[in-house]
Design a binder for this molecule. Structure first.
Ligand code: HEC
Ligand code: HEC
Ligand SMILES: [Ca+2]
Ligand SMILES: [Ca+2]
Ligand SMILES: [Ca+2]
Length: 474
């Protein structure tokens, strides 16, 4: 926002080349966000608003931006239990979280969600747990089975006088393998433990779902893809017999109290960005709203319930929530880079040949956004189908989120993937950040993506590098 004019000038200089590329043969797909593409490859690349906002939208965007980065305190509703003091501490620069680098590091942007093994593990929002506040009057609601004491999420910070729930301890196990040409590789499998438990033992059947904070770019565009378009990507019975059987998640929309297609979160477990924001305020920061009016403490956490901030009252207004939702909908997508490079172009061909594009769909026709008129029908390049895919036992967390099984994940959008290193100073990928680089992210693919992984294993070193160069250009 702050450098909008500089950007405009830059855009004027840059657009023509990109447009010519598109106009010539449509092959380069440089304008990932269609007309909502920005031209910035600096650490601020993810922070820009889409263009064309009127004065009141701009004001709301700026308010949302401020609320997203605001460090909340007990006085402004933070806690008693929380994971971070601001949205921006996990989604730094509107980018990607990572696993804690060492024991005791908080606010790196990794959460652990709890659910009991074999019992439905999610009632609908990605952050925290609202099991004790939705009155359960609808028998069709998927019932969650959070931990009786700790709820649906580990909060590793608390206000003074309230015990923290515990700390995450991660150990890594090395897994060795080799490409078809003999080149060795090493992956690391994370193992999680929660130590320093503040409220007694966890349930014996507890499972952990560690997840890092996603990048915030282009989310309003993903929200504007019509349900019928998403259904058209689905092939639940694998009718075309290509081994890929994506299907949409159907999740609870707390506003309409009905099921809606899931789009956000690593298992497409959230229907829209308003609910995602309200869930984040509540679960991750202990901030209540009209949508989620109870604190995230369970009835077995007496200290939490009676702490000065533990009184149920609305801590963030509907107006502020709407501002954060608008902000989340408004972040533009950075343009691709190096699209003229022959290696990158070779990588793009390999991406299609290895059938990566069967899930990471390059071009999607977006519809109109329900609340943002500037987001209108356009072709975008998110490299996702937003569907659930079984990714095999190695990536499985064993937790059910509505229709998503313990080994199913949403196809991660790949736009912006080449910029995380610049924006967030790390190269951790996948839902729990276990992949230390893009190569490892591909090597973890299994299940429905095992044929793609095999194609990658069979590639020559030069082709593997070309595929990675293509990913870095996104
Ligand atoms: C403690 C870290 C943390 C904080 C604080 C946090 N988030 Fe998140 N955020 C996450 C994680 C982890 C996910 C993935 C959750 C999942 O898969 O269910 C996520 C997912 C999201 C998504 C979905 C993105 C996508 O691609 O699907 C949005 C939007 C979002 N958060 C917005 C917010 C907002 C707004 C706030 C502040 C009110 C916030 N987050 C605070 C960790 C955090
Ligand atoms: C069957 C569908 C499917 C196919 C085919 C597939 N992917 Fe994925 N991809 C996924 C899913 C689902 C995830 C998220 C998995 C997770 O985080 O546990 C993912 C994640 C990724 C990520 C990490 C994204 C991030 O934000 O951390 C990269 C990179 C990636 N895929 C590249 C590829 C490439 C390259 C190929 C082809 C060799 C490929 N994928 C084939 C479904 C697929
Ligand atoms: Ca509070
Ligand atoms: Ca908890
Ligand atoms: Ca299929």
């Amino acid at each position: 926002m702050r450098i909008r004019f500089a950007l405009l000038v830059f855009a004027l200089l840059t657009v023509p080349t990109a447009m010519i590329g598109l106009a010539q043969d449509g092959a380069y797909l440089a304008l990932l966000g269609g007309r909502h593409t920005v031209f910035d490859e600096s650490p601020d690349a993810f922070t820009h608003s889409i263009s064309g906002y009127d004065e009141s939208q701009t004001a709301l965007f700026e308010q949302g931006d401020e609320l997203f980065d605001r460090a909340y305190t007990a006085e402004s509703g933070l806690g008693p239990l929380f994971n971070a003091v601001s949205c921006g501490s996990c989604h730094q620069q509107d980018g990607r979280g990572r696993p804690p680098a060492g024991f005791g590091e908080t606010q790196a942007g990794l959460l652990i969600r709890f659910a009991l093994h074999g019992r439905n593990g999610n009632q609908g929002h990605s952050h925290g747990n609202q099991h004790n506040q939705q009155q359960g009057n609808n028998q069709n609601k998927p019932v969650s089975e959070p931990d009786a004491t700790y709820g649906g999420q580990l909060q590793d910070l608390a206000l003074p006088g309230v015990p923290v729930e515990g700390n995450i301890h991660i150990t890594y196990e090395e897994i060795r393998g080799a490409y078809a040409d003999g080149t060795p590789y090493t992956l690391v499998m994370p193992h999680y433990e929660v130590v320093n438990l503040g409220y007694g033992g966890l349930d014996r059947d507890i499972t952990f779902s560690p997840r890092v904070a996603n990048q915030m770019t282009g989310l309003g565009l993903l929200e504007a893809i019509s349900e019928s378009t998403l259904f058209s990507f689905a092939d639940p019975e694998d009718a075309n017999q290509d081994g890929i059987s994506g299907r949409p998640n159907m999740v609870l929309d707390y506003v309409t109290n009905s099921l809606a297609i899931g789009r956000f979160g690593w298992k497409s477990n959230q229907p829209n960005l308003l609910q995602q924001a309200a869930g984040a305020f509540n679960g991750d920061m202990g901030i209540t709203s009209s949508l989620f009016p109870n604190e995230n403490c369970t009835t077995l956490q007496a200290n939490c319930l009676t702490a000065p901030d533990g009184v149920s009252s609305i801590e963030i207004s509907d107006e502020e929530l709407q501002a954060v939702a608008l902000y989340s909908r408004s972040l533009a997508v950075p343009s691709r880079r190096n699209t003229d490079d022959p290696t990158t172009q070779r990588g793009e061909t390999l991406f299609a040949e290895a059938r990566c594009s069967a899930c990471h769909i390059p071009s999607v026709d977006m519809g109109s956004h329900p609340t943002i008129p500037q987001i209108m029908p356009d072709t975008i390049h998110p490299y996702t189908d937003l569907l659930l895919h079984d990714m095999g036992p190695g990536l499985a967390d064993g937790q059910v989120n509505f229709l998503a099984t313990g080994s199913e994940w949403r196809t991660a959008p790949l736009w912006g993937i080449g910029l995380f290193e610049t924006v967030n100073h790390h190269t951790n990928y996948l839902h729990d950040g276990r992949a230390r680089n893009l190569e490892e992210a591909i090597l973890w693919h299994d299940g429905e993506a095992s044929a793609s992984r095999t194609s990658f294993l069979m590639m020559s070193a030069a082709d593997r590098e070309a595929l990675l160069a293509f990913l870095r250009s996104l």
